[in-house]
Design a protein around this ligand. Structure first.
Ligand code: IVH
Length: 675
């Protein structure tokens, strides 16, 4: 019998060590040595004892992995060493080229040893251990700056809160990929579907969303896992000389390492590995989108060095998108949020890469014409990552005699209004706007989606009911719903009504970027919304902006600018925005000083070959500082960056007296402003 407090502490410590040990066996090594029931019993014992002595609960007790009170926002962290990305190889030639580049740079003809690893399709995370204790978890962010997600990573059971064994460095940063196990993902979606709630699209996106939950209790409920694949910062002691040995070492300290990692000789060995992993792909409990080859010797990695964002010593060999043949049974027309009437292919169900596909996107009527597609045709379907499957070709030889033409309906299939083709667009739209119930439903669905206002519990079926009962005509109406209106609806028990009203209340606190995105302006996706928020900082300046000012924002051209302008100036939209704000939707204005640099508003031109940046990368980084990047030099150009072999644009710039700089100067400028 434990009587004294010292005895209780010792007993708690014993139970914690035991629970941690079995957690590690189960979650990190995938090798449990006791049954789930035995584990549960042990865990409950610990929990009960802690409940009796709450003062003795420690932060790193395994019972504390359930999450904590929600944060109001994530703080930013700057990675002490940047988190790099990987260059891609798409076929064996690319892999051989990679091997050649490596051997040439190392000036060796000896076979290079490569550590070969599955490329986990998840979210990169950095974990910092100080004196063996997990002190910080961070997202990759843009590679330089990420978000502090410590409270969330602490809920992931395959991440040790404390390292085991000995000899670990005093400060050790471990990097890896957090992912949503396929089995847990399927279970969660089944549950959501059975409750008529939104199902999640892909494990990867859901893992990313789960990691960025301000409420870590939500993260805890998701059952995420992690594989570690490298170290970042290491201080206080040395690590072995090979990457593969470092991974072994990490494993001995309790980190979860992918069991399929192997060291292989040369490009030939890598290709063998690729085939092997590809053949096992579907049997894994996690998504992979390729394999990664890393030069195993660290001294060789060191001499190879890196380019701006990718190391020269590693490459990702991507899997080809999965494809399969099936028959097009029918084409139906759906009406989207902006009234676009889009054809959707209904297919004879076919298994492609482990997923049953019965629908595919057809984009628009021009696409149907381009494919010369008829109903009844045998079609090739491609499924790449998390995008909607698409039809890529037709087997004309298999066309049946009764194959039938695909015709655009004469009127909106939902509300019967006229359908118009907008000038210069390939899209046909229902002309009824929010008077069309399909558009109303879709715009409310979009408004409430995760990346927009994130209103939990507002599923498609409920939106259907709200619109059909005329309880909600526009997003602002959502914030006037009452218990009395919701209770009589199908599947709405007092508890779910209460949850929905709370979710609506919580959603009122948002960010400008999410709010702009939620409005559902045509052509204004997440990244445009982000650009608008970063540029204007708050809604009033955006509402006051002219078309020209909008066009000045990176990635916004005249067409998009016109759409945004006319949306914001349409009376009914203005009223919805005013109502939303009057009903309590609010956000913190964004500081726009990122754009307080001399490049903001300037026009730049890139010409010639750049050696350390790709042209797209240079363009994106310039744009992030507010500069426009144009394809041609004129008197309005502020600056031309001339790489090697620059030709006529350079001549023209010199003639016009436009400032010309070289790549080094560009890079130092970009670095000065952290672009
Ligand atoms: S190594 C310098 N190894 O792929 C090396 N990355 O496309 C940086 N990833 O940002 C990463 N599995 O998020 C590495 N076994 C693996 C990986 C892996 C997945 C992700 C990682 C990285 C991205 C690059």
């Amino acid at each position: 019998m434990v009587g004294e407090s010292a005895d209780i502490s010792a007993e708690l410590e014993r139970l914690r060590t035991l629970v941690n040990h079995h957690n590690h066996q189960y979650h990190a090594l995938d090798a449990p040595t006791i049954s789930d029931a035995e584990f549960d019993k042990m865990f409950r014992e610990l929990k009960t004892l802690e409940e009796q002595y709450p003062d003795l609960i420690t932060d790193d007790s395994p019972t504390q992995r359930v999450g904590t009170e929600p944060l109001s926002s994530f703080s930013q962290i700057v990675h002490e060493l940047p988190m790099l990305s990987l260059d891609n190889a798409f076929d064996e030639d690319d892999v051989r080229d990679f091997e050649r580049r490596v051997m040439n740079r190392l000036q060796t003809e000896d076979t290079i040893e490569f550590a070969c690893e599955p490329k986990i399709d998840g979210v990169a995370v950095s974990l910092l251990y100080e004196d063996g204790k997990l002190v910080r978890g961070a997202t990759r962010g843009d590679g330089t700056t990420g978000e502090d997600i410590t409270t969330n990573v602490r809920t992931i059971k395959s991440i040790p809160l404390e390292l085991i064994g000995k000899g670990y460095p005093a400060r050790l940063e471990v990097r890896g990929e957090v992912y949503f196990p396929r089995s847990a993902f399927a279970r969660m979606n089944e549950l959501a579907a059975s409750k008529g709630e939104r199902v999640f699209a892909t494990p990867r996106n859901t893992a990313a969303g789960s990691l960025r939950q301000l409420d870590s209790r939500m993260t805890a409920s998701r059952g995420l896992s992690m594989f570690c694949y490298s170290v970042g910062l290491v201080e206080g002691s040395d690590l072995p000389e090979k990457h593969s040995q470092i991974l072994e070492r990490l494993k001995s300290w309790g980190m979860r390492i992918n069991p399929l990692i192997q060291v292989k000789p040369g490009a030939r060995g890598c290709s063998e590995y690729y085939m092997d992993i590809q053949s096992r792909r579907e049997s894994l409990d996690y998504d992979i989108d390729g394999v990664v080859y890393k030069v195993d010797r660290l001294d060789q990695q060191q001499s190879l060095g890196m380019l701006t964002r990718t190391p020269r010593w590693a490459i990702a060999h991507k899997f080809a998108p999965a494809e399969g043949w099936t028959v097009l049974r029918d084409v139906e027309f759906q009406v989207g949020r902006t009234g676009a009437v889009t054809p959707v292919a209904r297919l004879e169900p076919v298994n492609i890469g482990g997923v049953t596909i019965s629908n595919a996107s057809l984009h628009n009527m021009d696409e149907i014409a381009r494919l010369e597609l008829l109903v009844g045709d045998t079609v090739l379907i491609q499924r790449a990552g998390d995008v909607i499957p698409k039809i890529i070709s037709v087997d004309r030889k298999k066309r049946p005699d009764d194959a039938r033409e695909i015709k655009l309906p004469a009127e909106c299939p939902v509300c019967g209004s006229e359908i118009n083709r907008v000038e210069d667009e390939v899209i046909f739209r229902c002309s009824a706007g929010l008077a069309c119930s399909a558009q109303r439903k879709e715009s409310i669905w979009h408004f409430s989606s995760r990346l927009a206002m994130d209103i939990d519990g507002l599923g498609k079926k409920l939106i259907d009911q709200l619109v059909e009962a005329s309880l909600v005509e526009n997003p602002a109406d959502l914030y006037q719903l009452t218990e009395e209106q919701l209770l009589p609806l199908e599947r709405m028990a007092p508890k779910s009504v209460d949850n929905l009203l709370t979710a609506l209340e919580n959603s009122k606190e948002t960010t400008l970027e999410k709010f702009i995105y939620a409005l559902g302006i045509q052509e204004t996706g997440e990244s445009t919304a982000r650009g608008l928020a970063a540029h204007f900082g708050d809604l009033p300046p955006l509402r006051a902006a002219t078309r020209e000012e909008l066009e000045f924002i990176p990635d916004i051209g005249p067409i998009v600018a016109a759409k945004i302008y006319s949306f914001l100036h349409q009376e009914s939209n203005s009223k919805v925005i005013d109502d939303l704000i009057a009903r309590g939707v609010h956000w913190e204005p964004v500081a726009t000083d990122r754009l307080a640099n001399e490049l903001n508003g300037q026009t730049w031109v890139l010409t010639g070959t750049l050696s350390t940046l790709t042209r797209n990368e240079a363009k994106a980084r310039l744009q992030s500082l507010g500069a426009r990047v144009s394809g041609s030099v004129s008197a309005k150009t502020d600056c031309v960056v001339a790489g090697s072999a620059a030709g006529s644009k350079l001549v023209k710039a010199e003639k016009l007296g436009v400032e010309v700089i070289d790549e080094d100067l560009l890079i130092s400028l970009l670095e000065r402003y952290n672009a």
